[in-house]
Design a protein around this ligand. Structure first.
Ligand code: NAP
Length: 254
């Protein structure tokens, strides 16, 4: 049906847009017609993504933002809205993964993962949702979770806990923000090769994961395009508090 994936006239903010999935998501939203604020800490990488978007006549605006720093979030959201107009779509994609056993993990490592993956998404959501409510317009928030939010492996406790909590935050915000016409959903990908996991996925354990995935492959960023556009756009007008799993069947396997 035409129009269901059309984001023309909308302004989106994508965190972690300097590389990996966030860069890809920003390109997808821009191709669908959205103006896109590109947020992350590495300004030079953001400039490159902005140039890619400009090359097909898309509109992008780089915003230096550290999601662990509330002041940088406030300033970044304000700068993005001044440049692009009110943000109607937020993709909380910034994330880090640290591996290691629960026993012996440093407080700093645990806190860093939770601060980025959970608290970062909460802070940016709050800043953007407050603007949406003040300006009285509808919006869509998409949190990038993971199948590790409901399944676990050894050595990823902080990451898995952060993503499980992000899924519950998604549902909590969906319940509270529905009255303001703000929808909040999560996308839970399986394994896609990026800087986050390249070494791990090329190890024997990575190969084991690939073998146990019904589609016998790691996903490509493009596998997320349809689900992302669905959750950001008018095609999902009745969806909020949902978690959309895109994992090649991995989490269906016992
Ligand atoms: N790849 C997968 O298989 C997979 C599967 C499931 C879920 N995910 C999730 O997808 C998201 C993107 O992952 P990825 O694979 O694309 O990883 P990536 O290539 O390592 O990219 C992570 C992004 O997060 C940004 N970031 C990290 N800390 C930040 C901070 N404090 N403030 C702002 N931005 C920050 C980084 O930008 P700067 O360094 O420039 O700040 C970078 O752009 C993550 O939430 C991840 O958990 C990935």
């Amino acid at each position: 049906m035409p129009g269901l994936f059309d984001l023309g006239g909308q302004a989106a903010l994508v965190t972690g847009a300097s590389g990996g999935l966030g860069r890809h998501f920003a390109l997808v939203l821009a191709r669908a017609g959205a103006k896109v604020a590109l947020a992350a800490r590495r300004g030079d990488a953001l400039e490159k993504v902005a140039a890619e978007i400009a090359s097909f006549d898309g509109r992008a605006f780089p915003v230096i933002m550290d999601v662990t720093d509330p002041a940088s979030i406030e300033a970044g959201v304000r700068a993005a809205e001044t440049e692009l107009g009110p943000i109607t779509i937020l993709v909380n994609n910034s994330g880090i993964a640290l591996t290691g056993p629960v026993l012996g993990q440093s407080e700093e490592d645990w806190d860093r993962v939770l601060e980025t993956n959970l608290n970062g998404a909460r802070r940016v959501s709050r800043a953007v949702a407050e603007h949406m409510i003040r300006l009285g317009h509808a919006g869509a928030i998409v949190n990038i979770a993971s199948i590790l939010g409901f399944r676990v492996r050894a050595q990823v406790s902080a990451y898995a806990a952060s993503k499980a909590a992000l899924i519950q935050l998604t549902r909590s915000m969906a319940v509270e923000l529905a009255r303001h016409s703000i929808r909040v959903n999560a996308l839970a990908p399986g394994y896609i090769v990026t800087d986050l996991n390249r070494d791990f996925l090329s190890s024997p354990q990575g190969e084991e994961i690939r073998q146990k995935t019904p589609q016998r492959r790691f996903l490509e960023p493009q596998d997320l395009d349809g689900p992302l556009l669905l959750l950001c756009g008018p095609g999902s007008s009745g969806m909020t508090g949902s978690v959309v799993v895109v994992d090649g069947g991995r989490s269906a396997v016992f």
